[in-house]
Design a protein around this ligand. Structure first.
Ligand SMILES: *Cc1c(COP(=O)(O)O)cnc(C)c1O
Length: 229
């Protein structure tokens, strides 16, 4: 997609976030936009960067590594939002600032051991399976608290919050209901003494409902870069 169109789309996504924040009586600055750049070229990422976007999300390690190397002169913040494979944890620990898709203590331990000493701790979100969709992955709600307790023991990773990809629905109230499950789960963990400041939820089609339920990071691909082929 050409740069002008990406920049136009980015402005309208920013507008959507601003309107949704206002409708929810929330402060706009509490909500970060993560531009999901899977399948997009380095040139498309540069177009978004030139319009002020600095945080980018990638789902596949090999694809991400090519772009991270190509774009090493730009001050970008990379977020890993794909399924984690054990043999890729070192690359993830070395090249990303955030991981949104943690689902096991084994992976947390590996990321903790492999996070380079000269980098700040790796920010983590636990991916939760809130609509019980096998294909989307994530841990069951009942397993989140024990996993969180394990992760907070580690020093080189920092548990920031929860992430989910609910089953798609066009119904705003259903979207809200799903996102409210994640919000309540975060509140429950906080009441157990676990410090969290992040809800990674909301994509192109449901970001308004996510913001209404307290999203602090929305992960947006299509609405910025157009449909994926
Ligand atoms: C692809 C993807 C997104 C972006 O989805 P869009 O509908 O294109 O905005 C967000 N989160 C995750 C985990 C994804 O894989």
């Amino acid at each position: 997609m050409n740069s002008a169109l990406i920049q136009e789309n980015l402005a309208s996504v920013q507008q959507r976030i601003e309107t949704a924040a206002k409708d929810a009586a929330r402060v706009r600055s509490e909500i970060r936009l993560l531009a999901v750049s899977k399948t997009r070229t380095a040139q498309e990422i540069i177009a978004a960067y030139q319009a002020g976007q600095t945080a980018f999300g990638e789902n596949y390690v090999a694809e991400a590594m090519r772009k991270i190397e190509t774009l090493s002169d730009y001050l970008l913040e990379w977020h890993y939002i794909g399924a984690i494979q054990s043999n890729k944890t070192r690359l993830i620990a070395t090249n990303f600032a955030w991981v949104h898709t943690l689902t096991s203590s084994k992976h947390a331990k590996r990321l903790d051991e492999q996070r380079p000493a000269e980098l700040p701790p790796l920010n983590l979100c636990i991916q939760v399976n809130i609509s019980h969709e096998q294909s989307k992955g994530g841990v069951d709600e009942s397993d989140v608290l024990p996993l969180a307790r394990e992760i907070i023991q580690f020093g080189r990773v920092k548990l920031r919050g929860l992430m989910a990809i609910p089953a798609p629905t066009g119904d705003f109230e259903k979207q809200r209901k799903n996102f409210s499950i994640l919000r309540k789960l975060k509140e429950k963990l906080q009441s157990e003494g676990i410090e969290l400041d992040t809800l990674s939820m909301g994509m192109s089609a449901d970001m308004e409902a996510a913001i209404a339920e307290g999203a602090t990071i929305v992960r947006i691909g299509t609405a910025i870069f157009g449909p994926r082929s």
